[in-house]
Design a protein around this ligand. Sequence first.
Ligand code: ASP
Length: 318
Amino acid sequence: MTEQLRPDGSLRHLLTLESLSRAQIERLLDRSQTYVRPLGERPPRSTALAGLTVANLFTEPSTRTRVSFELAAKRLGAEVVNLEVQLSSRVKGESMLDTVYTLQALHVDALVIRDAEAGVPGLVAGHVAAHVSVLSAGEAHVAHPTQGLLDALTIYQRKQRFAGLAVAIVGDIRHSRVARSAWHALRALGVTDLRLVAPAALMPAAEEFEGCARVRSIAKGIEGVDVVMMLRIQKERFGDADVPDGDKYFAAWGLTPERLALARPGAIVMHPQPMNRGVEIASLVADGPQSVIRDQVRNGVAVRMAVLAEVLGTRGGA
Ligand code: ASP
């Protein structure tokens, strides 16, 4: 695994939350919280990253993550370039590095990378110049570290603790980088009751998610939980697997108000988006009083500001 820390222990790259300590994650969450403002107020701005350039290099579609990385960099005073590239998988590794070297020659200081293939952010991190940082914006089914942080921040804002919480992750866990990064973050932060709730075809392999309970019924899985984290059915990642679609899936696995009533009163509902309304979640729940889905989006910008400030902070302010 590519080393994410500098020799002095500071964060240089963010590729995964898996190897970060509780103290490192808490530090990022505390820093993120300083960038959160109520809607209607102006978001914070600073010149912390003035003179630096951030490139968003996305080979998979994205709306929220790309826009929030862009806003985060701009609100810290950095310049931003956005590249959406389509590369055939045969030439990808090579062309990706050529693109990266080109960006580096253009004085890019941080590369934000989203890619459908496992290993690409790590590959790039292993080849960039010493002053350049690489941030994963979603790597295949493997990791989505800023999403894991924003999910943890959203939970903390509502529950003011991690210890003793019961969290259910529901749906397409097998293909979900969101679930993996949430698990890494919540495990480090002390959540011990983490339930994977999914049909067999969407459960991750047995050797993954060590220590999590596996439940094959949504009603049982969300009973008494404090947090219901719904996931999108990621058809693009599973081809012909035997998963019922549309109405059938909703009937067996959709989060409806009746099912949500089985969770603890005051339980929160999360979804990383994009949502398949009427498939994994009912609109009444997605837009209802227990939903914190829009908080997640707002927190995404704050978390990405914190991460950028953390990895580039000692170099900005020119
Ligand atoms: N937007 C999230 C991701 O990039 C979740 C999803 O696409 O389902 O993984």
